[in-house]
Design a protein around this ligand. Structure first.
Ligand code: NGQ
Ligand code: ZN
Length: 460
């Protein structure tokens, strides 16, 4: 008989830490009951359980580039010169390569404690930029990789039209990305027919950035999406680089975040990825909108983006989540730590990111990233509660960094004490154990496929 229950000595529930928590789920992978102070003698017992973390921003193919752009090609290397290298790499990804890279990446994510991912997916066309016979060719690689690895997926096909504000014609390096609102809506409808949405799979859209779409096409995309699914998530890159802010002002007189908030009905359905460069008025307005800020600390540091206005945003109760974006590393502990450290460095203070609910920085970071990531995913993954996906992490309470700690001190240590192997020992995604004792069942096979693929990508 399949046991669909687990007893946690200590578990982080939506209203705080509880002891002897009995977790039960059904065949669809959702919790049917979560009860604290339970005796439950006959079920598997574990020490510490926390909710699985959503990763709200990923370009899967960039996993294969990690480490390949860390040399100085000219004295003014920047985000934009990195992007040129990235475009060159993006030209090489065939559908099987995309799938192999994604499979490796999603396996790594699960091992690191990410139980869901939002794919901001723009490699739509073939290597020369011609549409594949099947519009969903590349999207399906991601859907299959996620299902095979066992990670929850929100697939956000990217609309990309222009190379800059004012509808500048796209470059040849962008040929694989180019499409229209109607093309995206057709893709969503086709995917819904071939791979219908379920608790572990949701569709939304991603207008790439205000640089890459026009005001009219952005509005048309949201209209089209509303006809497909009125609640589906919308993600957009925004204000990552100062060049982008300056170009936005030159084009419309407004900064990107201000423009978006003024021209679109931005609410909790939206995720603004990066939002690095905001004035204090934009910061308050974004917090008030209910939208999620998609913060990607390791990538933003790697690309030299700048520092998100986190202290003010936290004080204004702004919602946010974390993404590993370009995948220079897959480590949610590091993303959360870097986010807080960026604030400490900017403000020359300690313990900057907390809220009025408590003073634990780890507690604030973990809960907010979970809630914001769940909202941005458009899926029921908000934690250990009835009706939510059974996505959870078992922490090793005997690990040198966690032993003797209780409640939010566990989260403080999980994030800010990092010595040797991760204390994230087992991972359940959608009611399935995908990682046990630090091992994913497919890890050798997926790594072998990845090595072969990378060899080919680098041989070119
Ligand atoms: C992307 N990545 O779409 O992969 C972007 C770079 C762009 C980040 N912004 C391309 N981190 O923004 O034009
Ligand atoms: Zn991105």
């Amino acid at each position: 008989m399949i046991m669909r229950s687990l007893l946690a000595e200590h578990a982080l529930l939506p209203d705080g830490w509880h002891d002897n928590v009995l977790l039960e789920w059904d065949g669809s992978g959702c919790f049917t009951a979560v009860s604290a102070d339970s005796a439950a003698p006959d079920v598997e017992k574990v020490e510490i359980v926390v909710p699985g973390m959503p990763n709200l921003h990923s370009h899967a193919f960039q996993r294969a580039m990690a480490g390949l752009t860390e040399y100085r090609a000219n004295p003014t290397d920047s985000f934009w010169s990195w992007r040129t290298l990235m475009y060159g790499f993006a030209q090489k990804l065939t559908p099987p390569a995309m799938k192999a890279v994604a499979l490796q990446l999603y396996t790594e994510m699960l091992k690191a404690g990410y139980t869901s991912v939002c794919e901001f997916h723009y490699l739509h066309h073939d290597l020369g930029g011609a549409p594949y016979a099947d519009q969903g060719e590349m999207s399906v690689c991601l859907i299959e990789a996620a299902a095979e690895a066992g990670i929850g997926l929100t697939l956000l096909p990217v609309m990309y039209q222009y190379s800059g504000f004012g509808s500048k014609a796209p470059h040849s390096g962008q040929a694989r990305f180019i499409n229209s609102p109607a093309w995206i809506v057709d893709l969503l409808q086709g995917l819904q027919r071939s791979h219908p949405q379920h608790a572990g799979l949701r569709y939304g859209v991603a207008p790439h950035s205000l640089r890459a779409v026009s005001p009219a096409s952005l509005a048309a995309l949201v209209d089209g999406l509303d006809r497909f699914d009125k609640l589906a998530p919308i993600h957009i890159h925004i204000a990552e680089q100062m060049q982008e802010v300056d170009d936005s002002i030159a084009f419309s007189g407004a900064r990107p975040v201000a423009w978006l908030l003024d021209h679109m009905a931005v609410d909790s359905r939206w995720c603004l990825v990066h939002a690095t460069h905001m004035t204090s008025a934009e910061t308050s307005a974004l917090a008030q909108s209910g939208a999620i800020a998609g913060i990607c600390p390791s990538t933003e540091a790697n690309l030299g983006d700048g520092i998100f206005n986190g202290a003010q945003y936290a004080q204004a109760n702004g919602r946010w989540g974390i993404g590993s974006d370009s995948h220079v590393g897959i480590d949610l502990r590091e993303e959360l730590r870097l986010y807080e450290y960026s604030q400490r460095l900017a403000h020359r203070q300690r313990n900057v990111l907390t809220d009025t609910g408590g003073n634990s920085v780890g507690g604030y970071l973990y809960r907010q990233a979970l809630a914001g990531g769940a909202r941005a995913s458009g899926r029921q993954i908000a934690g250990l509660a009835m009706g939510q996906r059974a996505d959870l992490l078992v922490l090793d309470g005997q690990h040198a960094d966690l032993c003797g700690k209780r409640r939010d001190a566990l989260l403080d240590s999980l994030i800010f004490a990092s010595h040797g192997a991760t204390p994230i020992r087992d991972v359940m995604s959608g009611g399935q154990w995908v990682v046990r004792d630090g091992r994913h069942a497919g890890e050798e096979k997926n790594a072998a496929g990845y090595r072969q693929t990378l060899q080919k990508l680098l041989d070119h």
